[in-house]
Design a binder for this molecule. Structure first.
Ligand SMILES: *Cc1c(COP(=O)(O)O)cnc(C)c1O
Length: 386
């Protein structure tokens, strides 16, 4: 799948190379067939339960996981469980995909955006503290922090958790792009008060559409599932004491998820190999910058990203790839520059604007061939050296 599928499937007979396409393993169809055979075609069932167990085993912390219809739904439920409501302030990483911020607005709360630091491209702890202090000074203590492991690179979790603890603010960890990444040997998704995964079609593994919320206890998980299943009270008739949502994952799609969990490690290896390939083959170009992993940070390299010297270099590369039917994409446009969020407050240091101007995501699927990687690298080299 692609979010910007403006290209024809074939150009000059060259099959399209996608930015990040689904990569199905061996057993997905087996588990989906089980759902059909048992007539569990519902947003509950054995695949949902097992998929949650698979995720819990993967993270290995004892935290409980609720399988949901999307990562966005998981973020929304995390905000609700954190008590975020009308008029509250939520501090949110600006350099991210809009789904990190939209659920803040669903709750009637106000996002305040925080710029990135340059060693992980994620939320800058210094600016975060500045924002917390500024909000408290106005008697508007933030209710939650939404920090993001963008492109799979962990954010500075120790620093952000220390601030959250000092000022007693809930951390919602948007790990939608970072399943399989680790921070000091802990899985991303387990570092905040709530963790969020996405299984959208373009993510490291997919259920075609889906997500999960990592909670700290069985009780919290029960609350999440209650809200995700229309918040029915315990009664034989339909009775509701709170507003509910239809956010549970389908048992059919959870079957895909079970199969994908079996290949997760190999998908991470493949994406990391893509990154290494690009870095090595473009090493001779001083003009191209790759984000290294700080000590203790391990990225799943969901997308391989490069920084070019300027906007025009970036666009030249993008167009040269497009001409060969290869999809690439500028880095995320920061939320503080989005028309829909133009009235929101922003704590800035210029980092995310610079990344957006010069950065490009290269094809990164775990199903790319060495041939693909080679032709992409050659096109980049020719464009930079011409
Ligand atoms: C994909 C993504 C989401 C949303 O996940 P969906 O499953 O598509 O709703 C949230 N945050 C980030 C950073 C993402 O990349």
């Amino acid at each position: 799948m692609s979010l910007t599928n403006t290209l024809k499937p074939k150009v000059n007979n060259k099959p399209k190379i996608w930015l990040s396409s689904p990569h199905i393993g061996v057993n997905e169809q087996v588990y989906v067939q089980e759902a059909f055979d048992a007539n569990w075609i519902a947003p509950l069932g054995p695949n949902v339960n097992q998929f949650e167990k698979d995720l819990e085993n993967h993270i290995g912390t004892g935290q409980k996981v609720a399988a949901l219809s999307s990562g966005t739904a998981a973020l929304h439920l995390a905000l609700i469980l954190a008590g975020v409501g009308e008029g509250d302030i939520v501090l949110c990483q600006s350099f991210t995909f809009s789904a990190s911020a939209n659920p803040i607005v669903y709750q009637g709360a106000r996002p305040v955006f925080i710029d990135s630091e340059s060693s992980t491209w994620n939320m800058c702890p210094e600016l975060l503290e500045k924002a917390i202090k500024a909000c408290i000074a106005k008697n508007r203590k933030p209710k939650a922090i939404v920090a993001v492991h963008l492109y799979g690179m962990p954010y500075m979790a120790d620093e952000i958790n220390a601030l959250a603890k000092r000022y007693d603010i809930t951390v919602i960890e948007d790990s939608a792009e970072a399943l399989g990444s680790t921070y000091k040997n802990n899985c991303c998704g387990t570092l905040g008060d709530y963790g969020v995964f996405s299984f959208n079609g373009n993510k490291i593994i997919t259920t075609s559409g889906g997500g999960a919320l990592v909670t700290s206890s069985e009780e919290q998980k029960r609350s999440a599932v209650h809200l995700a299943t229309q918040a029915r009270d315990n009664a034989p008739h339909y009775q509701h004491s709170t507003i509910g949502y239809n956010y549970r994952l389908s048992n059919v799609l959870a079957g895909i998820g079970r199969g994908q969990m079996e290949v997760l490690n190999s998908r991470v290896d493949a994406r990391r190999n893509n990154f290494e390939y690009y870095r090595e083959s473009l090493a001779e170009l001083d003009e191209i910058f790759f984000l290294e992993e700080p000590e203790g940070f391990t990225s799943n390299r969901w997308l391989s990203c490069i920084l070019t010297p300027s906007f025009s270099h970036r666009e030249n590369i993008r167009f040269a790839l497009e001409k060969e039917n290869i999809e690439s994409r500028p880095l995320w446009k920061p939320m503080h520059s989005q028309p829909v969020f133009e009235d929101c407050e922003f704590f800035s240091n210029g980092v995310s604007d610079d990344l957006f101007e010069k950065g490009l995501c290269l094809p990164s699927g775990s199903n790319l061939t060495e041939d693909n990687l080679n032709s992409i690298s050659q096109i980049i080299k020719e464009t930079i050296l011409s």
